[in-house]
Write a protein that binds this ligand. Structure first.
Ligand SMILES: Nc1ncnc2c1ncn2[C@@H]1O[C@H](COP(=O)(O)OP(=O)(O)OP(=O)(O)O)[C@@H](O)[C@H]1O
Ligand SMILES: [Mg+2]
Length: 254
């Protein structure tokens, strides 16, 4: 059984078919990439998995559990962590504080408990800082915990966002364009980090336009074009696929 199964999923917004009958699976321990031209539906797939959107048709199944009607915090608790295409770093908070934000979905104490600083809240807060520190170590940012996030270079901002997703204790990580805006050195550090995370047993699904990164890091690639899957397979096979080259790579490699 795959860890994630996207089964006959469609999503329309008014008259627009953002996704049309898309099928693919991600297996435990894989690094899988989702590529395609702008507007192909890649982020929409992430929003469907993480519960921000509901599919118009089809099912998203994670670890045998149907996510289709579940709320985002419930999906997070089941073990799906994500980062966002548009950076969500709070510049005025420290790096460590930014990561503790990720613990929200694991919190059982309510707002009242937090406001009154009740024991459950205080225990959860201690736990949040512990897990956040551990997550920073996993992405190699432990030395930056007390810096203002606003001072981090782009590559480390992206690592911070990955650490925040790790703090939710995911089985699977969804990374939306993690290499966007990074220089070569930062991209290489990112690749190493993602590989290390996978070696710790976390499955990765990533959206990326940086083809060198995709080819280097992924076990398998899914290609979307206008909301439809046009190819799926190992990176080298995808590079050789005429339809893919026509739809996307021709343009990206020019
Ligand atoms: N909430 C929404 N309401 C209306 N249309 C939407 C919504 N979300 C996405 N779309 C549309 O669905 C299509 C797919 O968008 P999506 O963001 O998934 O593309 P993408 O593949 O991630 O593109 P990019 O590479 O530019 O990030 C686009 O035409 C987009 O305008
Ligand atoms: Mg996108």
């Amino acid at each position: 059984m795959p860890l994630l199964d996207i089964a006959n999923v469609s999503k329309s917004f008014g008259g627009l078919d953002a996704l049309k009958d898309v099928n693919f699976a991600v297996h435990q321990g894989q690094i899988k990439a989702l590529i395609g031209p702008n507007g192909a539906g890649k982020t929409t797939v992430f929003n469907l998995i993480s519960g921000s959107y509901r599919p118009s048709a089809g099912r998203v199944v994670f670890g045998g559990v149907d996510l289709t009607r579940k709320a985002p915090h419930a999906i997070c608790r089941l073990g799906v962590g994500r980062t966002f295409q548009h950076s969500l770093v709070f510049d005025g908070m420290t790096v460590l504080e930014n990561v503790t934000v990720g613990r929200h979905c694991r919190s059982k104490a309510g707002v009242l408990s937090a406001a009154l600083s009740l024991p459950l809240h205080r225990r959860e807060e201690r736990e949040a800082f512990k897990v956040a520190g551990e997550s920073l170590r996993r992405v190699g940012l432990e030395g930056k915990a007390d810096e203002f996030a606003g001072n981090l270079p782009m590559g480390e901002r992206h690592l911070l966002e990955i650490a925040r997703a790790l703090a939710t204790e995911p089985k699977m990580l969804l990374l939306d364009e993690p290499a966007a805006g990074l220089n070569e050195e930062e991209t290489e550090r990112l690749a190493e980090t993602v590989r290390r995370i996978r070696s710790e047993g976390i499955t990765v699904l990533l959206v990326e336009h940086h083809m060198g990164f995709v080819m280097e890091i992924s076990d398998e690639v899914v290609v979307l074009d206008y909301g439809r899957k046009i190819a799926e397979g190992p990176p080298l096979m995808i590079m050789d696929n005429d339809e893919v080259v026509k739809a996307y790579l021709g343009e990206a490699l020019e």
